[in-house]
Design a protein. Structure first.
Length: 329
């Protein structure tokens, strides 16, 4: 039997528990992974907000572990390999948007938070040697989201100025790390002076409080804003972008609906782009980027598997800076 973190029956943490499930064999093109660490994401909280009475959901999109079995047709991995999971399925090549059949782990009975998981060999990569299990376990979904938003959509390169509102969460922290590694100047904002201080320690060039005048604090305007806060910051983000600049949005934590001056927008010739997750091609590029720049995820806290409720509460209360990991194996 394999212990698996299941959500069903009740909304929230009350419906989340470890259950024993039958061991699953690896198919011809599949590998079985003994999970060492798994990462929490905000999309897990969305999963917990559902009931899932008829169809229980295995929580989790991020995991890293050791290959313990391979199918007869597997060519990319062998038993003993250390691997990480691509958190999606059905999106191989980079494209303007995800295919309609694209799915993300943790949305069904296939999720990452289990002692063992079976996946297609196409959905795994070798773990970078410089990463710990906890670092590898929290990397994939948030870092891929950041990579696509920053580079594929935002076109960020050396010498550009980038603004990241709402620093502290997993994606925002990766955005900071990646933008600095690419040679950009990075400004961050937060309601928390403590989170701004931590961001400065991780390389931010300047931190601004939410209620400050951002343009005055920056001393001008930026080339790109990577926006995930939504209604609470969108107008300030637009004001902070130079004429002809770009806003990339991948989230709306404070509300989905925003209003802005359309005439100002088209006269300023701004560009607004939506982004979410990323393709397997971008995932491999992101892994190479992490290796080339010797980057380490910012791990806020590591919880033993039995303390999963405390881990989810920390995420729900937005107490973290960086990522939260569950130690499973």
């Amino acid at each position: 039997m394999v212990k698996t973190l299941i959500h069903s029956g009740k909304v929230g943490l009350e419906g989340l528990k470890w259950e024993d499930r039958a061991e699953q064999p690896a198919g011809p093109f599949e590998i079985k992974i003994k999970v060492k660490a798994a990462g929490l994401n905000h999309r897990d909280l969305f999963a917990l907000s559902q009931v899932h009475e008829k169809h229980p959901v295995v929580i989790g999109s991020d995991a890293a572990g050791v290959v313990v079995a391979v199918g007869a047709e597997v060519t990319r991995f062998k038993i003993g390999d250390e691997v990480m999971l691509y958190p999606g399925s059905g999106w191989r090549k980079n494209s303007d948007t995800a295919p309609e059949n694209f799915t993300i782990l943790g949305s069904s009975e296939q999720g990452a938070m289990a002692e063992e998981i079976v996946v297609s060999e196409e959905n795994a990569v070798h773990k970078p040697a410089h990463l710990s299990w906890e670092e590898a376990g929290v990397l994939s979904l948030s870092a891929l989201t950041a990579y696509r938003a920053l580079f594929t959509k935002g076109g960020v390169s050396e010498g550009m100025k980038v603004l990241i509102p709402g620093i502290g969460g997993g994606v925002a922290t990766y955005l900071l790390q990646f933008a600095k590694a690419a040679g950009a100047t990075v400004y961050v904002t937060s309601r928390s002076q403590e989170k701004l201080g931590t961001a400065l320690q991780h390389g931010a060039d300047k931190g601004l409080l939410h209620d400050e005048d951002w343009v005055e604090g920056i001393g001008g305007k930026v080339d790109v804003v990577i926006e995930s806060v939504g209604a609470a910051t969108f107008d300030k983000s637009l004001d902070a972008v130079r004429r002809g600049g770009t806003i990339v949005t991948f989230g709306s934590s404070t509300g989905d609906l925003v209003t802005f001056d359309l005439r100002k927008f088209f006269y300023g010739q701004y560009t607004l782009k939506g982004s979410t997750m990323g393709s397997f091609e971008e995932y491999e590029a992101m892994i190479r980027f992490v290796e080339e720049h010797d980057l380490h995820p910012v791990v806020d806290a590591v919880y033993p598997s039995e303390d999963f409720k405390a881990a989810f509460l920390r995420l729900e209360n937005a107490e973290q800076t960086g990522k939260i990991a569950l130690q499973i194996g």
